[in-house]
Design a protein around this ligand. Structure first.
Ligand code: NAD
Length: 249
């Protein structure tokens, strides 16, 4: 079943070896989409795209750079003639306490997570408006809702909470244009961000707070992204969807 047959999708931060973006790219391609992997390193992005199949594209794009976002997404629109789906997935975190956050830390974390979401969206929106359709999926975090987690510092929580406000404002403004905007709040997901950094005691403590008793997988988040990207969610906009095994119950 191809939920995304004939659709064209760009995913930022999708070149990580085990990341969420890569899992989204895989499931989107399996469902018929042509996918662009946008990440810092062009060769890594191209390698992931090549694994998906011949039609997929890998491009360098630093989402903190507005001109780079305009150039990369402009390139895709020139190739494809349209863009149907944008997933703002690129993100970084820093395990700092409140008083350890220097200006450079704050800037770096807000720039990638929050500014990057704005810039990539601004690059895609004119084409989506011209089409009268589009789906934007922003990746927030349970850290926004709980005020932190094991790895994310307060600046990460602030950036991811900012994404929730931005998502709702974008959804409100873009609804008349046929563009839906939603956010996913993943809980504790096993990826490169978390791999190898947990003691057994930390892991036990995390799992004790998850009613489903396991960490999430990138595929768990990708399935939700597929729903939000596809017409199955045609009447869903401005929402934040928790993918956290029940962590907030
Ligand atoms: P990851 O580190 O595997 O992936 C992040 C990707 O973003 C990397 O490929 C990296 O190169 C890219 N990136 C970093 N800075 C960039 C920039 N300026 N421009 C473009 N790309 C850039 O991490 P992940 O776990 O797959 O995280 C994906 C998203 O999910 C992030 O937004 C993260 O905050 C969020 N998230 C992850 C978890 C988790 O438990 N792993 C939980 C909640 C939310």
């Amino acid at each position: 079943m191809g939920l995304l047959n004939g659709r064209f999708a760009a995913i930022t931060g999708a070149a990580g070896p085990r990341g969420l973006g890569r899992a989204m790219a895989q499931i989107f391609a399996e469902h018929g989409a042509t996918v662009a992997i946008l990440d810092l390193n062009a060769a890594e992005a191209q390698a992931v795209a090549a694994e998906l199949g011949p039609d997929h594209v890998g491009l360098a794009c630093d989402v903190t750079d507005k001109a780079a976002c305009d150039a990369a997404i402009g390139d895709l629109i020139a190739r494809w003639g349209r863009i149907d789906i944008l997933v703002n997935n690129a993100g970084i975190t820093q395990p700092l306490k409140l008083m350890e956050i220097a200006a450079a830390n704050y800037d770096a974390v807000l720039d990638v997570n929050l500014r990057g979401t704005l810039y990539a969206s601004q690059a895609a929106i004119p084409q989506m408006r011209a089409q009268g359709a589009g789906s934007i999926v922003n990746i927030s975090s349970v850290s926004a809702q709980r005020g932190g987690g094991i790895f994310g510092g307060p600046h990460y929580s602030a950036a991811k909470a900012g994404i929730l406000g931005l998502t709702k404002a974008m959804a409100r403004e873009l609804a008349p244009d046929g563009i839906r905007v939603n956010a996913i709040c993943p809980g504790f997901i096993g990826t490169d961000i978390t791999a190898g950094k947990l003691t057994p005691a930390m892991k036990e403590q995390i799992l004790a707070g998850i009613p489903m008793g396991r960490a999430g997988t990138p595929g768990d988040v990708a399935g939700c992204a597929l729903f939000l990207a596809s017409d199955l969610s045609a009447y869903v906009t401005g929402s934040e969807v928790d993918v956290n095994g029940g962590s907030l119950i």
